[in-house]
Design a protein around this ligand. Structure first.
Ligand code: ZN
Length: 430
């Protein structure tokens, strides 16, 4: 089927262009014409969400009360583990369906699921080792979001190959079992390799995973917490990013998720490697992780919704810019000399970085997937700034993924049924 969409403004690879017509066939853009009047709205390429644990959507709002002592990432993780231990495959699918609906309504057209809840509650693999990945794939197919599966390799509780904790039993695989899991995932959806962290994989295991990845996407959590930096220093004498840059072939197919605690030398090293930094500003703020020095980072970055405490691409960009403003005591920190409107500059960088990290082609150009979102307004830079900084709800109007319109007037066609399934799952779990 061939379809033509005409917009008053569109964000093309060269920037904003007026009166743009996109012709779409078989899910891809086949031609882009300029100077075609009669269109309405503002079209942008859909944002890739480069880091999500969709199951954590079920605990959003349930971890916002203080425990007996000081609350931290680590006390939050205890609650998250309790949730993870109670979820069955139906729950995982119901929660992912809701999370993916919200992602599409919030401006994301693709998601990388950094997925570690693999096994049955007692830690035994399901008959199909990729049962949970199959449920994520089913949720992605139903909602229409483009999926990159990142089955996570998790084998240890801490640096130096320490034994995993009992509450981590659903995450654990040997390298052989992981290879089987990966092969099975690759039959379900495009897949990459994801060593959970330097805590969870030994140097030997990391080398094996790097070989398995080849040039496919390789994502790893790194330097999210100061306690992790201290433990890495105690173990190796090096900081996490320093260790990785020295001992692993970090390259443009790598995504360093968080990289919150980096020195200027480490940040320069990441940029020189060509790897993408996976920033998750809302989750990093929610967990009290810290602030990545994005203000002078010359490399690539994308955005991820991580814990899914709030799902909205615009809000992630808002938090990114505001965290930099608070740290730098300046305004419009993420604008650049060439793109001075801050929201537009951040959007363009996050779009490019997210696509690189997920191995996707992006941009409204012939040959690219017809994955786009629209916002309503007259002046595109101002409208995007309002979507990022001033909108009270996601400003997204319509969303197409590979030529299929899945959100119309801000609402996903499965919104009601997804919410009902999610509500039933959460009631059982929490
Ligand atoms: Zn994460």
């Amino acid at each position: 089927m061939v379809e033509t969409l005409i917009f008053r403004h569109a964000l093309l690879p060269e920037g904003w262009v007026e009166n743009v017509s996109l012709t779409i066939a078989d899910g891809n853009i086949t031609s882009v014409e300029r100077g075609i009047p009669g269109g309405t709205g503002i079209a942008l390429p859909g944002m890739p969400n480069l880091h999500s644990h969709s199951f954590q959507r079920a605990m959003a709002g349930y971890a916002e009360l203080r425990g007996p002592g000081a609350d931290s990432f680590w006390t939050w993780r205890e609650l998250m583990y309790r949730l993870a231990l109670g979820m069955n495959p139906d729950d995982v699918q119901a929660v992912a369906t809701q999370a993916f609906v919200e992602m599409l309504e919030g401006g994301y057209t693709a998601v990388a699921e950094f997925h570690y809840l693999h096994h049955a509650p007692d830690g035994t693999p399901y008959t199909d080792i990729a049962e949970m990945a199959a449920r994520l794939t089913a949720a992605a197919e139903a909602t229409g979001i483009e999926l990159l599966l990142l089955p996570v390799f998790y084998a240890h509780a801490g640096f130096g190959g320490t034994a995993p904790l009992p509450e981590q039993r659903r995450f654990i695989n040997s390298l052989d079992a992981y290879a089987e899991l990966y092969e099975r995932c690759a039959t379900l959806a495009p897949s990459g390799i994801a060593p959970h962290s330097l805590r969870a994989a030994t140097p030997e295991e990391l080398r094996a995973l790097t070989t398995l990845a080849g040039t496919r996407p390789l994502h790893i959590h790194i330097a999210e917490q100061t306690a992790e930096v201290e433990a890495c220093l105690a173990w190796s004498g090096l900081r996490p990013v320093e260790y990785l840059l020295r001992h692993a072939p970090v390259a443009p197919n790598w995504c360093l998720v968080h990289a919150t605690h980096v020195t200027p030398t480490e940040a320069t090293g990441i940029a020189a490697s060509g790897a993408v930094v996976g920033l998750c500003p809302l989750t990093e703020a929610n967990l009290g992780d810290g602030i990545f020095p994005a203000h002078d980072f010359p490399g690539a970055f994308g955005i991820g919704s991580d814990s899914n405490v709030l799902i909205d691409a615009g809000r992630e960009l808002q938090m990114l810019e505001y965290s930099q403003r608070l740290a730098q005591h300046q305004r419009n920190v993420m604008a650049s000399a060439t793109i001075r409107p801050t929201a537009t500059a951040m959007y363009q960088r996050a779009l490019a970085g997210g696509a690189q990290a997920m191995g996707l082609q992006t941009g409204l150009a012939p040959g690219a997937p017809a994955s786009l979102v629209t916002i309503a307004g007259d002046d595109p830079d101002t409208t995007l700034a309002q979507a990022v900084f001033t909108a009270r709800t996601p400003a997204i109007r319509d969303v197409w993924v590979r030529g299929r319109r899945v959100v119309a007037e801000g609402r996903h066609h499965l919104a009601a049924s997804a919410r009902a399934g999610f509500g039933a799952a959460v009631k059982r779990l929490v």
